[in-house]
Each structure stands twice: as C-alpha cells, then as structure tokens.
Write a protein that binds this ligand. Structure first.
Ligand SMILES: [Fe+2]
Length: 262
C-alpha cells in the first residue's frame, strides 16, 4: 500500500514526495483530493446525460472539433496522431468553456490545478482558457464492459509527433470515476515494470488519481470481456483526463498528421 498517498489538499511542497514515489514504483495513487460521493454523483450525471447518437468515428475529431464538446467511439489502431495503439473505448471531449452537460466543470477546474502542481506549472496555468498555445484537453474516457481496452504502449513516443508529452512533462494523470470490484470486475489500468504486469487499479477507489510516467509501458486490460457489449449507455470503466494539448484551433500545426484536419 506504499504506493498510495493520502492528502486532503495538494500543495506545491507535496510535489517532490509524489514524483519520488512515481519514479520508484512507476506509478502512484493520490487519495483524498476528491470526495467519493462527489465523484459518484459525477458518474450518475455522465450516465444520465449521455447520448450514444452523438458518437463519431475513430478517426473523427479535428483539433477544432475537440476544442468543444465532441464524442467519438474508438476501435482498432487508427488514430489522428498516426500512432498504432489498439483500443476500444469512447472519448468525450468536454472542455471547461463548453456547455457543462455532464456537470463536471468544478471537478475539471480542480483537477487542472492538481495537474499543474504535479507537472510544475503555475497553479492557474490553462485552468479555464488556452494559454501559451496550450489548452487543457478535459475529457471523459469510457472503457465499456464487454472488452473495452487499450494495448500496451508508451505515451513518450508521441513527443516526436505532437509534443503532447513534452507539454505534460512526462507524467500522466488519470482521475478514476469508477471502481474495480463495483462498476467492473476484470481488467483495468496496468503498467509493466521489470517485465511484470502490475494492476494499478486493483485497490483504488473512485476519486483517486493515478499518476504514472509516460515512458513506462502501460495499457488497459480488457474490461469484463465475458459480458455482453452495449454501446448505447455508459458502463464499465470511466476516467477523466486533462492533458495539455497544443492549441491547434488557433495556430496551424506543423505535423503532417493534422494537415487536412483543420
Ligand atoms: Fe497512454
């Protein structure tokens, strides 16, 4: 259990301790920054306001589109970035300046501050508006029961493609909205360390934040693969992410992958 840090508030002075543990173990869990009941309400709100007819294709989602509410169902290894990672999940982009259709704005604003402290940015950097050609790509990820997954990969290789990981200083933060053992029973996030797969979601609770190094091999093992798939509702594993993306909605990207997508 040495990988769980319990805190009711994250201060800049906590950063060293967090980073040290991530370096030692490959990951860390921050507990206590969000109330479980608050996060359970968020899950209910996501479920109640979800509309499967809004799904777009795996390759949909230009930089301009994901700058506001935008939903896509991703299957296979096709990706806008051109990176080959096999996956089956849904992404719902929900930037804080868009309509707050899932009632997540408060959670995302707080999560953005936590990200800034962990990554070493100013506490209010990119909290609720783009800054320095970057923005907080606040989004919901759903890995449905019936096989939602993401194959083993490193985020680090994206550096050469879009600088996403350069912006994120090589640490990834995942806010858990669901709990293994309650919302789903098999699968979940893992890292590979010393040739061993470590289930990093085994003892977690909703409201916990998983932090791992982006250059460690990680993925999402299939969620309840023996259950029947239903894509018209939210079930399985749900997490929030808020990585810093480059602001391609304003400045034309140089990367060839985005050439025709603006
Ligand atoms: Fe990743």
């Amino acid at each position: 259990m040495g990988k769980i840090i319990k805190l009711s508030k994250l201060n800049v002075s906590d950063r060293d301790r967090v980073i040290k543990l991530v370096k030692k173990n490959g990951y860390v869990v921050l507990r206590g920054l969000f109330e479980r009941s608050e996060i359970l309400n968020s899950l209910k709100s996501i479920k109640n306001n979800f509309n499967h007819t809004q799904d777009n294709s795996s390759l949909a989602g230009s930089p301009k589109q994901i700058f506001s509410n935008f939903q896509k169902l991703c299957i296979g290894s096709s990706a806008v970035s051109g990176e080959k990672i096999y996956r089956f999940h849904r992404i719902i982009y929900n930037p804080v300046w868009s309509d707050d259709i899932y009632n997540l704005k408060k959670i995302f604003l707080k999560f953005n501050k936590i990200r800034n402290i962990i990554l070493g940015f100013e506490e209010n950097f990119c909290i609720d508006k783009p800054e320095k050609n970057m923005w907080s790509a606040c989004r919901i990820l759903q890995y449905p029961v019936g096989g939602g997954h993401m194959s083993a990969h490193k985020d680090y290789i994206l550096k050469s493609v879009s600088k996403i990981n350069f912006n994120n200083m090589f640490y990834q933060l995942i806010l858990l909205i669901t709990e293994k053992g309650t919302d789903f029973f098999e699968g979940g996030a893992y890292i590979s360390k010393d040739n061993k797969l470590i289930d990093i979601e085994k003892n977690t609770l909703r409201g916990d934040i998983l932090i791992y190094k982006t250059n460690i091999v990680h993925g999402v093992e299939e969620i309840d693969p023996s259950k029947k798939l239903s894509l018209d509702r939210i079930n399985g594993r749900v997490v929030l992410m808020n990585s810093l993306y480059q602001n391609y909605s304003k400045f034309r990207p140089k990367d060839k992958y985005f050439k025709n997508k603006i």
